[in-house]
Ligand binder design. Sequence first.
Ligand code: SOE
Length: 372
Amino acid sequence: MRTLRVAMVGHGFMGRAHSNAWRTVARAFDVEVTPVMAVVAGRDERRVRTTAERLGWAGWSTDWRAVVERDDVDLVDVCTPGDSHAEIALAALAAGKHVLCEKPLANTVAEAEALAEAAGASDRVAMVGFNYRRLPATELARRLVASGRLGEVRHVRAAYLQDWLHDENAPASWRLDAASAGSGALGDLGSHVVDLAQHLTGSTLGSVTALAHTFVPVRPSPEGDRAVTVDDAALFVGRFGNGALGAFEATRMATGRRNALRVEVNGSLGSVAFDLERLNELEVYDGADGDTAGFRRVLVTDADHPWLSGWWPPGHTLGWEHTFVHQAKDLLDAIASGTPASPSFHDGLQVQRVLAAVQDSAATGALVDVGA
Ligand code: SOE
């Protein structure tokens, strides 16, 4: 049996989701390479030790540099805040490890360029964690667009809405600090919908016009009030390379919207619409249905739908955590077959360029080219 010894750096919310995926993937799917949860690294000794025991890691460390250098580690899974992605992932590639890096790939375009270049020069597999690509329903949407069933794509409407910051007394954290997070709702949530929209349409954004706002500029912390240096919300429109128009919204201030990711694609022959709160379903409109045409709710749970072969009988639904299991499966398949993973670091760099263009446009009011 071929094994892949995994080291995970960072063990917050995303680390828990990734740990669940590493534990589960070889039990759900026939994979040629089986992951071994070798070691988890974190800054606080007590927390990282407890995490290792609880989440199923064989070892723990407070020294991520030593971990990425270890001979008995084959893959480094980066689950830290954005300001350390570049340093850790570059060190891991330099040490000859495969890398999975959480989104957005980095905090700046310069860091993302360095990462894409290093990944391009390496024979290791490098993947960015845009997990919403890996739902059966979003993949069905992509296939419908790619097959031409929707005709010429004209509109993409994508929103990622959360509300955990609506209360002005919600405390400051690394996610509200530009130095550690790069940006706010834009990078955290907007990066997901930019990636998903580009993935579904097979086309990238060429230019954007944006508005961004910080509704609560100061927040409490145990050390006293702290300035919020990122956006609470970002809205932007853009033109895709294939001529389609896109409208995007990312916010952590949409009261009542806990984790609402919605994307709709309208083509000349039909449309698809996805809503993360109903993640087992895809709404499909096919103009060819004549006088019975209308949006149909397709339950995307049959065995021949993507990734469903590993799970339950039709109608026995999946959840949010399965996106990470599918991500791990596809990464293991890429490593086993020696083929590049998708989304690559180059894809992550392209999303980073869109985020930078949005920030630039929001600051200047100008239409900004995304660039290549
Ligand atoms: C933010 O609240 C967050 O955890 C994002 O960082 C994740 O990428 C998203 O999937 C869920 O929400």
